[in-house]
Write a protein that binds this ligand. Structure first.
Ligand code: ADP
Length: 270
């Protein structure tokens, strides 16, 4: 945790982020926001969840405070702690507290990675009470109407054990994300990867083929994000096949057979 006080203004999104809707996710999220309900975004990595939150925050004109959860994340990391400054204990809000006070959107990315005792702190915030207890200060914050809590998780590679508890997940309005359909994915890859359709099209095909390798033991196929990264390499002059290997195959696996299978796919398309 940095020793510096976070400032909410740093979390405002001034420019409209590019987001191509893939269904009714915006209408549902808007309704959840106005009802004061928290959001649960589920879906594989790199399919647009973070971009969606950035767009939503911009649309609602709220700052977006994102926290990437990990198994070392403590309640203090979220809520805040006393720090010693010039010999004095000074309270410093954590990102969650800062978001509640400011009526911002707090996005806890990969929530299932966080320790159970850490996620408990969001329970009273996620239900009708919309409160955040700050135990160390004996303070109970009530979230303003503008505050929204959003969490994400990837149902693909979380074990059953790590799955969200029913009591937690039943508080949320859930949005299911997946890779965009080929037409939309091509549009996104062209724009974000700065590519022409003649390359974006086979790249999207390649992604679909790698997603089919799940049955052969590949944990996850190429995400939209990986296609964009491939496009950027190509844009910098890296030959297409080399770019596909570096940004897709090698990024996805170390398994020789899977790498060989992906090499064949790449050669069949380019
Ligand atoms: P996630 O949070 O699901 O891991 P991201 O939101 O970071 O994934 O998506 C990865 C990248 O893919 C984004 O930076 C963006 O460039 C692109 N992307 C994916 N879906 C969309 C979409 N629907 N509209 C615009 N860009 C998208």
């Amino acid at each position: 945790m940095p020793g510096r006080q976070l400032r909410i203004d740093e979390y405002r999104i001034e420019q409209e982020p590019y987001y191509l809707p893939t269904g009714d996710e915006l209408a549902i999220a808007d309704a959840a926001y106005h009802d004061g309900s928290p959001l649960l975004l589920k879906g594989p990595t790199g399919c647009g969840k973070t971009r969606f939150m950035q767009y939503l925050a911009w649309r609602l004109q709220r700052p977006l405070v994102t926290v990437s959860c990990h198994d070392d994340l403590s309640t203090s990391d979220l809520v805040g702690r006393y720090l010693i400054r010039a010999g004095e204990a000074v309270w410093t809000d954590g990102p969650l507290t800062m978001a509640v006070r400011a009526g911002a959107i707090c996005y806890l990315d990969e929530i299932v990675e966080a320790r159970k005792d850490t996620t408990v702190v969001i329970h009273p915030l996620a239900d009708d009470r919309r409160q955040l207890p700050i135990e160390k200060r004996g303070e109970l914050l009530t979230a303003p109407a503008e505050f929204m809590l959003a969490v994400s998780y990837n149902p693909g590679y979380q074990s059953v054990l790590k799955d969200l508890k029913a009591s937690t997940r039943q508080r949320f309005i859930a949005l299911s994300f997946d890779y965009p359909d080929p037409e939309r994915e091509m549009e996104i890859v062209c724009r974000e990867g700065r590519l022409g359709m003649e390359i974006a099209k086979p790249l999207v095909k390649l992604a679909a083929m790698t997603r089919g390798l799940k049955d052969s033991g590949l944990a996850e196929g190429a995400s939209t994000r990986l296609l964009i990264q491939t496009g950027k390499l190509i844009g910098r002059g890296i030959p297409i096949k080399t770019a596909c290997r570096a940004a897709i195959s090698e990024a996805l696996t170390d398994d020789r057979e899977l790498l060989a299978a992906m090499d064949e796919m790449i050669s069949s398309l380019f």
